[in-house]
Design a protein around this ligand. Structure first.
Ligand code: UDP
Length: 492
């Protein structure tokens, strides 16, 4: 190769939950493996994304360029309302008209294109320019197995799952219980949604490689199945599996000239591992009734907490503590009246957003009540923090089951939030199970969380499994499509 660094293009679909892992991956490829990286981002609100990037994401601009593609006007494309997953898919499809010229005009043509699951439409563009095609699954291997299996499920198994609510068998992997299933099955009447998921599964099967935000020792059984031509591997014959995680945004170091964030300042005053952090990702919301029950459950537990609250999803007439416009303290209007005053010695209510990675890394935090988005899950693992799993949408119910039943670092409510309100007494009990130091269960979960943190660290260090996998994939990008077979023969 000449002296010009090989160039790799990444494509992120709308949503910070997609863009952030893609930027992190780009940063790793550029800083560790001397590749030149361009991240194309499809966005729905360019100015907000730009300001979030400026504030929260400082990357070295000479090795990594970020290009926001022109916005697609979604309303002009839809003749009827469609669910968010299908909206993202539609936006991505129409963004190809901007990606194609952007790639063809690059001074150093990229050798590879890496897309998230919503960006598989761009594999056709990669084919046109003779580029390597990689999918980056920003969640885990179990979810990848489910989606890759989707185009291949026989009708009988599908009907058993959708109509009779039987577990969905995925060859070589844990089955998925109906109550944990993804919306393509639980909402099977939405044919467009189902077809979009099936398309993702089909396209992933023709990628050259699949990068997964997990690591070998976290999901050994599923990774084995994805590689085994007798089980899931038969649907992924051309795709090499690269577990490269955990890929998460690192916490920002404190800056001398910037005042310390109020939430972190409050945490500084609390005893070690005494605070439960409560947050539902970048967009999760609860109903008014559920907010009320959660508020009293936290209060009844007697434990310290930080709660990132958002207005309820829809108003509920039965919220007996819900008194709009009659506030006696600074309680947000959608929380029980007087809640902030009554819990002020123990709790901090934060409106909308907290610096989560820094909060979870703080020594005063001892537990995380989370919607189990995969980024939040990995951030909790990387800080050895046990969890209360409160899944809301997407693949979060699978994540919750994995955390509670397979990894042993979380408790889960008896019935999932999607099937009714979780009452205050159950919430109080779950908080105590995780936070109380003398209880065996809490100790056990904390031990498991710390052990997973250790294995994540081992996977990421030089020579560790995730570092090795990323270096193999970077080597493929360095040599390009023409030499892929040769490189792979050499690696085997
Ligand atoms: N996040 C944050 N502050 C908040 C809520 C969320 O910084 O108050 C960050 C969190 O650290 C994580 C991301 O937003 O990196 C949420 O991603 P996740 O996959 O957990 O959930 P999603 O938002 O995609 O549902």
């Amino acid at each position: 190769m000449g002296s010009i660094a090989p160039h790799v293009a990444l494509l992120a679909s709308p949503g910070m939950g997609h863009l952030i892992p893609m930027l992190e991956l780009g940063h790793r490829l550029a800083s560790t493996f001397s590749l030149r990286v361009t991240v194309f981002a499809v966005v729905t609100d360019a100015s907000t994304v730009q300001s979030q990037l400026d504030q929260e994401y400082s990357v070295s601009k000479d090795i990594l360029s970020i290009v926001l593609l022109p916005q697609v006007n979604l309303s002009s494309l839809m003749d009827q309302p469609i669910v968010i997953v299908s909206q993202i898919f539609l936006i991505m499809r129409y963004s190809m008209q901007f990606l194609r010229p952007a790639i063809s005009s690059m001074d150093v043509p990229p050798t590879a294109l890496i897309v998230d699951v919503f960006g598989v439409e761009a594999f056709a563009v990669a084919d046109e320019f003779q580029m390597l095609k990689y999918g980056f699954i920003t969640t885990n291997a179990w979810y990848l197995a489910l989606v890759a299996h989707l185009p291949n499920i026989n009708r009988r198994n599908e009907a058993d799952h959708v109509r009779l609510h039987k577990p969905l068998n995925i060859p070589g992997c844990e089955s998925v219980r109906f109550e944990d299933t993804i919306s393509a099955f639980s909402n099977r009447d939405d044919q467009l949604l189902f077809d979009n998921y099936r398309r993702i599964g089909f396209e992933l099967g023709r990628a050259h490689g699949l990068l997964v935000n997990t690591w070998e020792s976290l999901e050994p059984k599923t990774l084995r199945a994805l590689r085994d031509p007798k089980t899931m591997g038969r649907f992924l014959l051309s795709s090499r599996i690269f577990p490269i995680g955990p890929v998460v945004r690192p916490g920002q170091p404190a800056k001398q000239d910037v005042p310390r964030n109020k939430v972190l300042e409050w945490l500084d005053q609390q005893p070690a591992e005494s605070v439960l952090y409560v947050a539902f990702g970048s967009g999760g919301t609860l109903s008014a009734d559920q907010l009320t029950e959660l508020a009293w459950g936290l209060k009844q537990s007697g434990h310290r907490f930080i709660w990132v609250v958002r207005p309820p999803k829809k108003d509920s007439a039965s919220g007996s503590f819900f008194r709009l416009g009659k506030k006696t303290d600074k309680t947000p209007e959608y929380l029980p009246d007087g809640f902030v005053t009554r819990t002020q010695d123990k709790g901090l209510v934060v409106s909308t957003w907290a610096p989560q990675t820094e909060v979870l890394a703080h020594p005063s935090v001892g537990g995380f009540l989370s919607h189990c988005g995969w980024n939040s899950t990995l951030e909790s693992i990387l800080n050895g923090v046990p969890m209360i799993a409160w899944p809301l949408y997407a693949e979060q119910k699978m994540n919750a089951t994995m955390l509670a039943e397979q990894l042993g670092m979380a408790v889960k409510p008896q019935k999932l939030p999607s099937s009714g309100i979780i009452r205050r007494d159950e919430i109080e009990a779950m908080v105590k199970r995780v936070m109380e130091k003398d209880g065996n269960e809490g100790k056990q979960m904390r031990f498991r969380a710390h052990d997973l943190k250790r294995t994540a660290g081992e996977a990421l260090r030089e020579g560790g499994s995730s570092h090795y996998m990323l270096s193999q994939m970077a080597k493929e990008c360095e040599y390009g499509l023409e030499k892929l077979d040769e490189i792979r023969r050499g690696l085997d």
